[in-house]
Design a protein around this ligand. Sequence first.
Ligand SMILES: *[C@@H]1O[C@H](CO)[C@@H](O)[C@H](O)[C@H]1NC(C)=O
Ligand SMILES: *[C@@H]1O[C@H](CO)[C@@H](O)[C@H](O)[C@H]1NC(C)=O
Ligand SMILES: *[C@@H]1O[C@H](CO)[C@@H](O)[C@H](O)[C@H]1NC(C)=O
Ligand SMILES: *[C@@H]1O[C@H](CO)[C@@H](O)[C@H](O)[C@H]1NC(C)=O
Ligand SMILES: *[C@@H]1O[C@H](CO)[C@@H](O)[C@H](O)[C@H]1NC(C)=O
Ligand SMILES: *[C@@H]1O[C@H](CO)[C@@H](O)[C@H](O)[C@H]1NC(C)=O
Ligand SMILES: *[C@@H]1O[C@H](CO)[C@@H](O)[C@H](O)[C@H]1NC(C)=O
Ligand SMILES: *[C@@H]1O[C@H](CO)[C@@H](O)[C@H](O)[C@H]1NC(C)=O
Length: 486
Amino acid sequence: MNFFALLLAALSLAETDCNKVRSYLYPDAAVCTDEMKCSEEYACVVSDSCDAYGCVAATDCPADTNYTVFNQQGSDENDSGHETNGLDGYFCDPNGDGLICTFDDEGNFYIDAIINNKRPWVNGPDDDDEKRKVTLISKTKHDQQVPETAFKQFNNSTCVGETIENGSKVRFNINVNDPNCTDEFDFSHIISPINGLTYIVDFYIGFDDYWYINEFGDERILRGGVSNQFQCRLKASDYGWVDPNPQSNRAYNYTESEAQIPFTFTAYNDRQFSDEYDGSIIELDDEFEYNGLYIEAEHEATGEFQSHIMHLRECTSHNYPKVGEDTDGNPIYSNSSTTFAFVNDGCIDNNFVTYSQKSTRTEWTSNIKTTVKDQFNLRVNAASGANGAMIKYSCEMVLCPLDVFEDSVVGSPCHLSDQCPNRYDNLFSRRRRRTSLANDNNVLIKTIHQEGAFFVRGNEAGNGAKSGNDAFAIGLAIACLLFFAL
Ligand SMILES: *[C@@H]1O[C@H](CO)[C@@H](O)[C@H](O)[C@H]1NC(C)=O
Ligand SMILES: *[C@@H]1O[C@H](CO)[C@@H](O)[C@H](O)[C@H]1NC(C)=O
Ligand SMILES: *[C@@H]1O[C@H](CO)[C@@H](O)[C@H](O)[C@H]1NC(C)=O
Ligand SMILES: *[C@@H]1O[C@H](CO)[C@@H](O)[C@H](O)[C@H]1NC(C)=O
Ligand SMILES: *[C@@H]1O[C@H](CO)[C@@H](O)[C@H](O)[C@H]1NC(C)=O
Ligand SMILES: *[C@@H]1O[C@H](CO)[C@@H](O)[C@H](O)[C@H]1NC(C)=O
Ligand SMILES: *[C@@H]1O[C@H](CO)[C@@H](O)[C@H](O)[C@H]1NC(C)=O
Ligand SMILES: *[C@@H]1O[C@H](CO)[C@@H](O)[C@H](O)[C@H]1NC(C)=O
């Protein structure tokens, strides 16, 4: 459990209150009395019933819903000052009527956001709409507001929406290349152990305080304005790895080859990669541990791909706890999983206890270079008394020219994460520097997807007192309670 404290220090102590999400999606449903919370970047999945809820990674949001940042727009009048509605966690949005962040047919990023707290000012001045012009501004501009003064950042923006529903709501359907909205989006990214490479776009929509200078020359607020914070979070691999920032530049043009490349993706029981795993159920020891499966991805290309290296771009594991047995005694696994993106841009984050790799590109048991193959180890640390689990793992692998790694950027198919910046160094030979790419920015690559699964069974001695909370853990020891029955 030490590990959990470690990871929490690295991430923020974020948590989403699924009861709030539920009241937002189902305003007429009864209020649930039990606490429902999801930690970190896990998104709430709720229904109108209080019986169960889920906490899922972006990839695991149910079909017809989108992983979305939750922001409640306050509706209380605040005449005395500025009202700010911040971000409140993550949910799988079934409606998309608050915020959609995606790409149009030309591959340009756009947002479609609706705000519903543009309140008419009863008996207000005739130029109400002038004074309360609703605009979109970047988080950077929003944060330039001078504290203890009237809020004035919105009026300056030319990025305006269209009023809908008789002026009670304002819709912003804005393309990132819209000249009226230049510089109104802040772009950034994170590499998250739950969702992998995630592009982030930050902005605010709102209107300024209505203020005046009184007879003593002091600034007075007649009526407070509103700031609604928005954030788009795009799990890169769910959106074809396209960077929403139009200014981003990849340094190389990557072309995907149509060629069929022979390759293997094999699980072994031993560090020598000799004893192939046969798909049987593995017994956990008394400590509910299993030292692992050794996975190897290898390509056997000839011709133009022969000297390309095997690069693990993103690997994800899905842990489905065992929830029971059928009448023949066969295990039944939950259909919702705990998900971790454990390999990102060639690196396994050292904070993971159950996923590991060699710190340089060598075989597990020798110093032989692993140019056309890469390897990793998947272990299991289960909570005591765990029943068992099915663990699925999948990788996106790219055959890349080695030289590209010297100056590729985040989001490129062939990029080594700064979590292990020196891991590929031993593959470079000292003499040869940038020969093949000297005059050519076009890079031919081959992307391969492959997955596998293994099965573990808990020590039956711990059986008997099983409850829904006896969750099975892999990866981060605790974060793993996923579908709670209440
Ligand atoms: C209302 O305005 C006051 C004064 O600026 C501020 O302290 C308070 O946080 C605001 N309330 C909300 C809900 O934003
Ligand atoms: C989900 O996102 C897609 C675009 O990625 C959009 O077309 C769709 O309307 C969204 N659906 C919901 C429910 O938000
Ligand atoms: C708001 O901006 C407009 C121009 O866009 C300007 O004419 C007006 O004076 C501004 N109002 C305030 C209160 O700053
Ligand atoms: C409004 O925009 C003008 C020109 O872009 C700039 O000089 C001014 O400082 C801005 N005002 C505020 C309050 O941001
Ligand atoms: C808009 O306002 C008109 C006149 O006040 C009213 O008849 C109509 O029902 C309203 N429409 C909506 C969508 O609220
Ligand atoms: C930019 O703003 C102007 C003035 O509000 C408007 O006429 C124009 O259509 C806008 N351009 C786009 C691309 O929305
Ligand atoms: C990539 O190709 C496009 C068109 O083929 C070209 O305009 C662009 O400059 C190239 N980029 C690089 C980095 O070579
Ligand atoms: C799992 O799948 C079964 C059958 O498809 C379904 O009845 C059940 O509701 C699902 N459970 C969850 C937690 O999604």
